[in-house]
Ligand binder design. Structure first.
Ligand SMILES: Nc1ncnc2c1ncn2[C@@H]1O[C@H](COP(=O)(O)OP(=O)(O)O)[C@@H](O)[C@H]1O
Ligand SMILES: O=C(CO)[C@@H](O)[C@@H](O)COP(=O)(O)O
Length: 544
């Protein structure tokens, strides 16, 4: 394996996927069979500046370079191979939010991430006008809120994009977005797999007589579907990723995607009746739809797969960060006691302890809300641990409550999806929480009352999924060389699924956890108490 991998890397046949997650920038290098050859990562953290969650663009580039350098050294350590070129490349990132540029490409205001909940009036006006739910975090809500607030920069806006779109443009010179990422900016019409023309018109009518230079379509990136070529890595782009000068340009670039789409690919959940849960800083569940939703629900957004098919999503701003904070507390205790443990060990010890807890976590409630949470009706967050005096206050129950807390708001939203009769054959899960095998997965099965499957790549899921999409773009480009050199054709969901089945998942095994009846009953009881206790969380937001 090592010799083959070394040859693949040295011959420039490996494929690079990068995902900018909220806490980690991950890079993943795969071979022709989609096996992981090397990985790299860099930790970063959003900052709350002037009441807005943001990252600096300088941190984007230093973080990408650090993750890439880490991957190069992993390739060298694992395979004794020097990485100098790749056949294809793809970038994905946290979706939505607001990156607005002027005509010279200068950023007009600091990046506003998906986590900001300051767009209420715009989201409400757009939801009413469009007749589809426009969540607070969508880019169009951010844009319209800036218009409604009469922000000074609005007249200068020449383009608006997502984080993946921004990075992709710098690497390739192309201002485009994959349809999945675009679907978190503005609603997509599944029949054209492009922005919904009727809704674009309604937006322009709303924004008429404002300072926004229109029409809005001229501000948005062009939309591409999985398998289409989105340009190639330029010399300048290669230098941005690898200032050492070793990386050569020329790789085929896939349409930049969002982490929802890469999660779907990483779990082979791209055709109707398949779904996946991504559990990282935020937590969200997605199910590919067989038919449109019957009603409009503020708990459900409709995005698309990277092939443009509609997907219902339950999105919660708050995922596993509060759990990580508790694990950090115990690590500090271990340090202070003179027995330091690394993060993975601390997670392993604590999560395994949770297995010994009561099925209802002894009635302990953990609210993981660091930020506001629309589904729970919270404008801001105040993480809480609440118990009755007689609740069995054990370490096992504290950690189990924290794990249940990660799934609390998601479970409320999933009950709305169930009422819509959305059919689901299989649910997959991925994200950092699954680095410790078997625990977060078992409790998720209990929370959803459904089997949950996890693959070995689960904790690197997004970057790996993006590498797979890049390999798919290169595969389609090769198949179409005679007809249209270096250009792949747009794929349908079935084309993408066939590729995933034949070239990626043929030999992948998933570990499936079935819901355990005692856990299901325990979680249901816990969720009733959690729902009632939301009043406490709300009061904490008001009071503190
Ligand atoms: N070894 C581990 N076992 C279980 N959970 C973990 C482990 N390491 C990190 N985590 C959890 O994973 C989360 C990060 O997940 P990740 O998918 O990398 O997030 P993001 O994409 O938002 O940066 C952390 O907040 C932490 O709670
Ligand atoms: O909003 C979405 C998807 O709709 C995500 O991009 C956003 O929550 C960020 O996800 P991560 O927590 O970084 O995995």
């Amino acid at each position: 394996m090592s010799v083959d991998a070394a040859t693949v890397i040295a011959d420039g046949r490996a494929v690079l996927g990068i995902e900018l997650g909220s806490t980690r920038i991950k890079a993943c290098l795969i071979g022709p069979d989609a096996a992981v050859l090397a990985t790299g990562s860099h930790e970063w953290e959003n900052r709350f500046v002037d009441r807005r969650w943001t990252y600096g663009l300088d941190e984007v580039w230093s973080g990408l370079q650090a993750a890439y350098t880490d991957l190069v050294s992993d390739a060298s350590g694992r395979h004794d191979a020097a990485l100098a070129s790749v056949s294809a490349i793809g970038v994905s990132a946290m979706m939505h939010g607001y990156l607005a540029f002027d005509a010279d490409g200068e950023l007009l205001v600091p990046f506003r991430t998906w986590r900001n909940t300051s767009t209420g009036p715009a989201a409400e006006a757009l939801t009413t006008s469009f007749g589809v739910n426009i969540p607070l975090r969508w880019s169009i809500a951010h844009l319209y809120q800036a218009v409604l607030d009469g922000e000074e920069h609005v007249p200068a806006i020449a383009s608006v994009t997502t984080l993946a779109g921004y990075v992709h443009e710098k690497l390739t010179g192309r201002r485009v977005l994959g349809v999945g990422d675009a679907s978190g900016m503005f609603p997509i019409d599944p029949s054209t797999r492009d922005y919904d023309a009727d809704l674009l018109g309604r937006f322009d009518a709303l924004a008429a007589d404002t300072a926004l230079p229109g029409p809005v379509r001229s501000l948005l990136p062009d939309v591409l579907v999985a398998g289409e070529s989105a340009g190639g890595l330029t010399e300048a782009g290669a230098r941005l990723l690898d200032p050492s000068g070793a990386l050569r340009p020329g790789a085929v670039a896939a349409p930049p995607e969002g982490d929802a789409g890469t999660g779907m690919v990483a779990t082979r959940a791209v055709v109707p009746r398949t779904g996946n849960v991504s559990a990282g800083t935020s937590i969200f569940a997605m199910v590919v739809l067989e038919r449109p939703l019957a009603g409009l629900h503020h708990e459900l957004d409709v995005v698309t797969t990277p092939a443009g098919d509609p997907v219902a999503m339950v999105h919660c701003n708050n995922g596993a960060s509060e759990l990580a904070a508790w694990v950090g507390l115990f690590r500090r205790f271990a340090d202070a006691a003179g027995r330091p443990v690394d993060a993975d060990t601390a997670f392993d010890v604590l999560l395994r302890e949770a297995l010994e807890g009561d099925a209802d976590a002894g009635g302990l409630l953990a609210y993981n809300h660091l930020a506001g949470e629309p589904i729970a009706g919270l404008s801001e967050g105040r993480p809480l641990l609440v118990r009755s005096p007689d609740s069995p206050f054990t370490l096992a129950n504290v950690i189990r409550a924290q794990l249940y807390g990660v799934y609390g708001t998601l479970a409320l939203g999933m009950r709305v999806l169930a009422e819509e009769d959305v059919a689901l054959d299989r649910m997959y899960a991925h994200g950092g929480m699954f680095r410790t095998a078997g625990v977060a997965q078992r409790f998720l099965a209990a929370a959803l009352d459904a089997p949950v499957a996890v693959a070995g790549t689960a904790s690197e899921g997004g970057a790996w999924g993006m590498a797979v999409l890049a390999a798919f773009a290169a595969h389609r480009a090769a198949a179409h060389t005679s007809a249209a050199p270096a250009a792949g054709a747009a794929a349908s969901g079935a084309d993408l699924d066939d590729y995933l089945l034949e070239s990626v998942f043929a030999s992948t095994t998933f570990d499936t956890a079935d819901p355990e009846p005692a856990d299901v009953a325990g979680f249901a009881a816990w969720l009733d108490r959690y729902r009632a206790g939301l009043a406490v969380e709300s009061a904490a937001v008001d009071a503190l």
